[in-house]
Design a protein around this ligand. Structure first.
Ligand code: B12
Length: 290
């Protein structure tokens, strides 16, 4: 069985290294490219061919079909049909983003984000590039293979980038969503991402961000009368401490609780809705049902 042989931490590769990783010699790779259009390398600024994870996936598919006894032309056709170019490119961008984060390479991080936003929609970049890279940053940090300074470097760049996209997201005529993190909660990047997806459906966003006291949230609700208030937490204890205040808030506004710190039993106790899982899907669902 041939799996995807390019690791997730490498960016596009020159042919020698690519050949080594996929286990097919460079001459044969060139022949497959020339004869069947199996590979679609991008060009480096110096004009070298650079192969991506998508190319690696096609080579793996080609080898599987050859092993199954198909002719080379037939195997290439099957591999091309099976390959999912967009997913490959997005995975590749996530891997490169992580590599640039590890190198503290600010221009590199911005470059990957520039390319990704230029080529794909906000939803795809958030859901398949930025959030997976952040999740991986967290995992690697927890395992001790990534330093907290790299996590801070990444968080600040990404947060700044998302805030720039959020500029004037309170304008317009759509329904208003008030977004805030629970008191004591610092993780506001996913809430920003959620707001951007909701904004793409025409919603207006009032973002209060990290560590918002529930009393002040109530004041903002009274003044702005939002259609929805979303409170996020990554830590169940922070919500538990605010149970009474949240219950009062839920009397004033349609309230949903979100993030990994929220549980079904807690929401049931308060009689509020829980929104979690994939945040892009959650925002799309809210936008669809109004
Ligand atoms: C960036 C980051 C930080 C930054 C936050 C910067 C910022 N302004 O947001 C800083 C440095 C402040 C930070 C601090 C801490 N962090 Co931190 N952090 C992270 C990291 C790397 C990414 C957070 C993030 O944006 N996640 C969003 C996405 C990537 O996560 P996700 O789980 O895939 O989210 C999915 C769903 O849960 C859901 N979802 C998540 N949010 C929302 C919101 C809405 C509206 C909806 C609908 C859905 C939804 O959608 C996502 C899928 O689409 C995570 C790693 C991780 N896996 O999350 C750790 C992580 C959350 N942090 C962790 C910890 C331990 C901490 C600290 C306690 C560390 C410390 N000792 O100080 C503090 C706590 C600070 C506080 N009081 O809040 C742990 C939490 C473990 C736990 N549950 O107990 C994690 C998981 C790292 C780890 N692997 O251990 N952190």
């Amino acid at each position: 069985m041939y799996s995807l042989t390019m690791s997730t931490d490498s960016g596009p590769l020159r042919i020698g290294e690519f050949a080594r990783r996929v286990g097919v010699n460079a001459e044969l790779l060139r022949a497959w490219e020339r004869r069947y259009g199996l590979l679609t390398p991008i060009r480096s600024p110096g004009g070298f061919r650079l192969y991506t994870a998508e190319d690696a996936e096609r080579v793996a598919g080609m080898r599987r079909s050859l092993d199954a006894g198909l002719s080379a032309a037939e195997a290439a056709r099957v591999a091309l049909e099976d390959s999912r170019p967009t997913d490959g490119l997005l995975d590749d961008a996530a891997a490169r983003l992580l590599a640039r984060i590890r190198d503290y390479d600010e221009a590199g991080v911005q470059g990957v984000l520039d390319e990704s936003f230029a080529a794909f929609g906000v939803e795809a970049v958030l859901g398949q590039v930025i959030l997976p890279a952040l999740a991986r940053v967290g995992d690697d940090w927890a395992q001790g293979t990534l330093d907290i300074s790299q996590e801070h470097f990444a968080s600040n760049l990404i947060r700044g980038r998302l805030l720039a996209l959020a500029r004037l997201w309170g304008r317009g005529g759509g329904p208003l969503a008030l977004l805030a993190c629970a008191p004591g909660e610092q993780h506001d990047i996913s809430l920003l991402a959620f707001g951007l997806v909701l904004r793409s459906h025409g919603w207006r966003i009032l973002f209060l961000g990290a560590d918002t006291p529930i009393a002040t949230l109530m004041e903002a609700v009274k003044t702005t009368e939002p259609a929805l208030a979303v409170v996020t937490s990554f830590d169940p204890a922070l919500l538990e401490a605010e149970a009474d205040a949240l219950r009062r808030l839920a009397r004033l506004v349609r309230l949903v609780l979100s993030g990994p710190g929220v549980s079904d039993p807690f929401c049931a106790r308060l009689g509020v809705r829980r929104l979690d899982g994939n945040l892009v899907a959650a925002a799309n669902e809210i936008a669809a049902v109004g």
